[in-house]
Design a protein around this ligand. Structure first.
Ligand SMILES: [Zn+2]
Length: 199
């Protein structure tokens, strides 16, 4: 039998389900949460619930937003002729932090991976192709990680989009192989954007 009180054990078990949280860190976090005041606990629970109930996907770029169109897609000062395709919504944040990119985005929510059984139909590729009917779009940049799955997805997208008359480019190498865009620093992302080349 465990020495931990049942409610605490339930909390630890739930936290352990989160990616990247092992036994130790889940336990540490559970004790920290237990020490929160009642008001803090309510705010935290409401914040977690809020991202589930108040957010939906932007009609255009598929990024999380509160309205129909996200603030980036609805900003007339952004360059609407360029779309940077990224794997996750976190990548949008990473690129936005650099303030070096003025175009729009498209969030795929994954990469093509035959091993994991993820095909083009499981990603937001159809939504991306539909965006090409807007003739303002001239270039699609593959901002995908330099991995086997990232490369496979970039090549698939280039083959699909090129016949539609749009230029397809990819970020210059600089982001180390296998690493995530969100972990790259500002200079690296800037150089990768500047040195992008045709696909
Ligand atoms: Zn959007």
């Amino acid at each position: 039998m465990s020495n931990t009180a049942a409610p605490l054990e339930v909390l630890i078990d739930e936290l352990k389900r989160l990616p990247g949280l092992g036994d130790k860190s889940a336990t540490r976090l559970a004790y920290q949460l237990m020490n929160l005041s009642s008001e803090q606990t309510d705010r935290l629970v409401q914040a977690i619930r809020g991202v589930h109930t108040k957010l939906n996907r932007c009609r255009q770029c598929q990024n999380y937003t509160e309205g129909d169109l996200c603030p980036i897609c609805s900003d007339p000062k952004r360059d609407h002729s360029v779309i940077c395709v990224v794997e996750t919504a976190r990548d949008v944040q990473a690129i936005e932090r650099t303030r070096e990119y003025r175009g729009l985005y498209h969030v795929l929510y994954g990469l093509i991976s035959p091993v994991k059984g993820i095909g083009p139909e499981n990603l937001t590729i159809r939504e991306l192709v539909n965006r090409m009917s807007d003739t303002t779009v001239k270039e699609v940049i593959m901002g995908l990680p330099p991995s086997v799955e990232g490369d496979a997805t970039s090549i698939y997208l280039a083959r699909t989009l090129k016949p539609l008359g749009v230029r397809t480019t990819r970020l210059a190498s600089g982001v180390p192989v296998g690493s995530k865009l969100e972990q790259a620093d500002r200079q690296t992302i800037f150089r990768a954007l500047e040195g992008r080349h045709e696909l």
